[in-house]
Design a protein around this ligand. Sequence first.
Ligand SMILES: N[C@@H](CCC(=O)N[C@@H](CS)C(=O)NCC(=O)O)C(=O)O
Length: 187
Amino acid sequence: MKLYGSYTSPFVRHCRIVLLETGIDCEFIETDLAASAVKSPTKRVPFLEDGDIFLTDSSAIIKHLREKAGSQFCATTHELNKFCLVNSVLDTVVNLFFIKRDGVDISSIPYLQRQAARIQSTLEELNNTAFALQAPYDDADLRLGSFMSWAILRNQIDFSRYPQLEKFYQAILTYDAFAKTSATLNL
Ligand SMILES: N[C@@H](CCC(=O)N[C@@H](CS)C(=O)NCC(=O)O)C(=O)O
């Protein structure tokens, strides 16, 4: 099995956490934007090869890994909804990050203002949502931790306005599989 990705991507990190948790043997192949543009139709990382199976999205990869290990991905509708909320804000922040990096003034484009407003309202909702403060962490928790860590590393969000999220983050920092996959270990 081969997982293609970067050490900084929050989507890839979540997959790496699941690999550590499940103990599944998998080779990690460091892949940059140029290589992902050639090797995956999404032109994104992560993507995974497992024999004849080729998966091009972190959620599908995590479902595949969990089921291979005899477990489940987002076992309840409630967990799936929390996962989707986090994933939606993560996708939006990553999208704006790349657009701003290309020099676009996001305040001049109405749809990008809508994206920025979506980030604020979703963070408020997440701050009022219960997430685990100790192991076991489910996939909604792990996606939230991966998102927060990336957003802090890239200076994209000031979480001091969201005290419950900060409390969650301080707790997950001490979780072994989370600590071992920190992007800063590979910078
Ligand atoms: N829905 C995808 C999102 C993956 C994604 O956005 N990856 C980023 C890295 S953090 C990427 O490769 N972006 C390159 C691009 O958008 O061109 C997943 O969950 O795997």
